[in-house]
Design a protein around this ligand. Structure first.
Ligand SMILES: Cc1cc2nc3c(=O)[nH]c(=O)nc-3n(C[C@H](O)[C@H](O)[C@H](O)COP(=O)(O)OP(=O)(O)OC[C@H]3O[C@@H](n4cnc5c(N)ncnc54)[C@H](O)[C@@H]3O)c2cc1C
Length: 391
């Protein structure tokens, strides 16, 4: 297909319709709902199920498994619009984007049959666990290890900060297996159902009002059948990257949604609030930083679209750089958007009624997870600029 001005920069009618439909759903829930779920540790089941019924959760999943047959571009629209309406769902990054993409590309037909229809209609969720307490950003250092025992796998290790484990039927755990020839450890992915003996999860108290709690996982000799392994034991890294690019693109959409929400609220307020003779938005001290945020946000959204476009076109390598840059830019734009929105509202910026204070911690997540700002700068320094590796 030859790229035209329209196909490149003007959103198609279908995508605009999708935005409007998701926005309408999100507006019925909104930020107050999200904050209430977070305070009560509820996983936003009502919104999740309704989004599933409307076909939003599985837009990127193959049609033959109940999905919409579209791509990460569409799924990122779903997340961005829910965020703009005040109710971004972190589990959208995890279940359909990471786990759904990996299973759709590398799962067996039986694994796809078992999981994808439930991801799409909102009846089943899967968490994703890679981070470990002693490895952190250095995922080459993870020590969760799987050994073979007959045809079974036995998995042991620990994970930390894993989102939504309580609401998920299973967790896709990144472990390592030993190469029979070299003895070297290589990554491999395992589906671990929540109630499997030896699998325990403990919530971490976080200062975040999110419906998705974070958990510490303890895997103590967790026995899994042979078909718990996803894809090829020898191609774990490749499979992992098939999930991590969508993760970063969705993380960018998560940040962009919250940035738009904060900016919308700040602009509305700045048009109305008058303390001298004009609305405060007439002061450049208020207007310019908001305009700056808008520019940074649009640039981040453009890079997110580019990353999603490349990923959907099958260019995993090109998508990797763009997804990292998009995630970085959107997180930075979101942190600045919320900070400036709080400033614009003055005291009300921190009042519960306006909801902006709750976003302060929410947008900070984007700078840390799923990959930190510093690790993205390392990636760009090393891979894009060709500078020596610093660690
Ligand atoms: C709300 C939330 C949800 C999460 N959900 C999940 C999930 O569902 N699944 C999952 O697997 N993980 C999840 N995580 C974990 C997240 O991916 C990690 O927190 C993140 O990758 C950073 O790892 P760390 O916290 O161990 O920080 P560390 O690796 O200890 O890093 C600490 C600081 O040092 C910096 N740093 C480290 N190494 C370098 C270096 N070489 N150069 C420069 N700076 C460096 C980092 O950038 C960071 O600022 C979640 C985290 C949060 C906060």
């Amino acid at each position: 297909m030859t790229a035209t001005y329209e196909s490149t920069f003007v959103e198609s009618e279908e995508r605009r319709d999708l935005r409007a439909a998701v926005r309408a759903l999100g507006s019925r829930y909104g930020l107050d709902y999200l904050i209430a779920c977070g305070k009560e540790h509820r996983p936003a089941d009502e919104l999740w199920r309704e989004a599933g019924k409307l076909g939003f959760l599985g837009v990127n999943l193959p049609e033959q498994y109940g999905g919409g047959g579209a791509g990460i571009q569409e799924l990122s629209i779903v997340l961005e619009e829910l965020g703009t309406a005040g109710c971004p769902l972190l589990m959208l990054v995890v279940t359909p984007a990471i786990c759904g993409s990996i299973l759709a590309r590398f799962g067996t037909d039986a694994q796809k049959q078992e999981w994808l229809p439930g991801f799409a209609d909102g009846t089943r969720r899967m968490a994703f666990g890679i981070t470990e307490p002693d490895a952190g950003s250095n995922s080459h250092k993870i020590t969760t290890t799987a050994r073979r025992d007959g045809s079974d796998w036995v998995l042991s290790g620990q994970k930390v900060f894993i989102s939504g484990v309580d609401a998920a039927d299973a967790t896709l755990v990144v472990g390592r297996t030993e190469d029979a020839k070299t003895g070297k450890l290589k990554p491999a992915l395992f589906i671990v159902p929540r109630e499997t003996p030896g699998f325990e999860y403990k919530p971490i108290e976080m200062e975040l009002h999110l419906p998705e709690r974070q958990f510490q996982l303890f895997l103590d000799e967790v026995r899994l059948p042979a078909d718990a392994l996803v894809g090829d034991e020898d191609a774990g890294l490749l499979q992992l990257f098939a999930g991590l690019n969508p993760e970063r693109i969705m993380a960018a959409a998560y940040s962009a949604g919250m940035a738009r929400l904060a900016l919308d609220r700040a602009v509305d307020y700045a048009k109305q609030r008058t303390v001298w003779k004009d609305p405060i938005g007439a002061h450049q001290g208020i207007a310019h930083p908001l305009a700056q945020v808008r520019i940074e946000l649009e640039l981040a959204r453009l890079m997110t679209q580019k990353a999603a476009f490349l990923y959907d076109a099958g260019d995993d390598f090109g998508a990797g750089e763009a997804a990292n840059m998009a995630k970085y830019a959107a997180a930075e734009a979101a942190v600045r958007a919320v900070d400036q929105a709080v400033q614009t509202l003055g005291g009300n910026g921190l009042a519960s009624e306006y909801g902006l204070a709750s976003l302060i911690a929410g947008v900070r997540v984007g700078r840390i997870a799923p990959v930190s700002r510093e690790m993205i700068l390392n990636f760009v320094a090393q891979h894009t600029l060709g500078l020596p590796k610093s660690y």
